[in-house]
Design a protein around this ligand. Structure first.
Ligand code: AK5
Length: 278
């Protein structure tokens, strides 16, 4: 198998292609694995500088992530095929997602909204991927549009595992990026488990349909905190009753009360658009 992790790879095994876009701590390129004559494979090669990883104190987290991800196989989770390093850099051999970054597609839509059929298919795919991760006691903890990619058939792929941990988690390093997807137990720095991904799934569903996340306060982060902690959720009138019910069942203060993924996949709103989801 071309990507057998046992054989060691080096940069000379690849034909460099165009830059693909953002990546945590590094740049990502489209590359082809076979140099010269034979067809080879297109993959996404992520290049990170060791000294930058050391500077941000994330080398341990990267090792842990590689450990976790080398064993993950799911159609809605971007594959990590392998990794290698040279004296100054670490390289991740990633599956190439043929239709790119979801948030770029969202930004092209009028008011960034998907219709309910598309949103339901995406949420069903996310629920499928999350139940696979949770079955391996992995919490993603950073579900948001910026971390989602689209495969060549338009299927969603969880594409960037900057913060996945084995449950139960208790984040030590500070967060960067948006707070919009954090549940109350995380904004209050409490113990948290897999249910943080259920909250985020509800927030994601809301944003797919309304174009903005439910607790967004562009002006003030502290206001976003307060709205999350008090679950200050207002369901827009254009939401169907079924999806209003699904979002309200996931975006709950008490983690135990959030709808389990098995019930999400069987929810009437999902079943209406994706009957073979469960
Ligand atoms: C399984 O995917 C990952 C697994 C791990 C990490 C990572 O950096 N971890 C990490 C890095 C430093 C410290 C701690 C964790 C990142 C990714 N993924 C990515 O970086 C996505 C690159 S963008 C892209 N990829 C494919 N096809 C496209 N069309 C695009 Br656009």
């Amino acid at each position: 198998r071309a990507h057998a992790p046992t054989r060691s790879w080096s940069l000379k095994d690849f034909e460099m292609g165009r830059p693909l876009g953002k990546g945590k701590f590094g740049r990502v390129y489209m590359v082809r694995t076979a140099v010269g004559q034979s067809k080879g494979y297109i993959i996404a090669l992520k290049c990170m500088y060791k000294n930058e990883l050391v500077h941000h104190k994330v080398e341990k987290q990267l090792r842990r992530e590689i450990e976790i991800q080398m064993n993950l196989r799911h159609p809605n989770i971007l594959r990590l095929h392998g990794y290698f390093h040279d004296e100054g850099r670490v390289f991740l051999m990633l599956e190439f997602a043929g239709k790119g970054e979801l948030y770029k597609l969202m930004n092209k839509l009028p008011d960034r909204r998907f219709n309910e059929k598309t949103a339901a298919q995406y949420i069903a795919q996310m629920a499928d991927a999350l139940s696979y991760l949770h079955s391996k006691h992995v919490i993603h903890r950073d579900i948001k549009p910026e971390n989602l990619l689209l495969g060549i058939r338009g299927e969603l792929k969880i594409g960037d595992f900057g913060w996945s941990v084995h449950a139960p988690g208790n984040r030590r390093t500070t967060m960067c990026g948006t707070l919009d997807y954090l549940p109350p137990e995380m904004v209050e720095g409490r113990q948290h488990g897999e249910a943080v991904d259920l909250w985020a799934l509800g927030v994601l569903c809301y944003e797919f349909l309304d174009g903005v996340p439910p607790f967004e306060e562009v002006e003030s982060q502290s206001m976003t905190y307060k709205r999350i902690a008090s679950v200050d959720l207002h369901i827009p009138s254009h939401f169907s009753d079924e999806v209003a019910n699904l979002v309200s069942s996931l975006v709950r203060k008490n983690p135990e009360e959030r709808l389990p993924l098995s019930r999400v996949l069987r929810h009437p709103w999902i079943q209406r658009y994706d009957p073979d989801a469960a």
